[in-house]
Design a protein around this ligand. Structure first.
Ligand SMILES: [Zn+2]
Length: 84
């Protein structure tokens, strides 16, 4: 049986298969948290469920900043919503 890697949402702390979450990463170049659209890019990562509730709550609680110690990039939450 294949092992499915699980990741934990930084908002609701639910563990899910990695494919069911968005990966955010600390982008050293811009000094912000960005959406990792290719999944293998370098940088510390954090995960958020692919649902509107966790995206909205992440924005409200500023969860990515607390986890990755960087401000999120302009328009990040709208970008995630567009990817739902
Ligand atoms: Zn979640």
């Amino acid at each position: 049986m294949a092992h499915i890697p699980e990741r934990m949402c930084i908002v609701c702390r639910t563990r899910r298969p990695a494919g069911e979450l968005f990966r955010l990463r600390a982008d050293k170049l811009s000094g912000t948290v960005v959406a990792d659209t290719h999944t293998k890019q370098p940088g510390r990562g954090a995960y958020i469920c692919r649902n509107i509730e966790c995206i909205r709550l992440a924005e409200k609680k500023d969860a990515p900043r607390r986890h990755l110690k960087l401000a999120v990039c302009e328009g990040l939450y709208r970008q995630l919503e567009d990817m739902l």
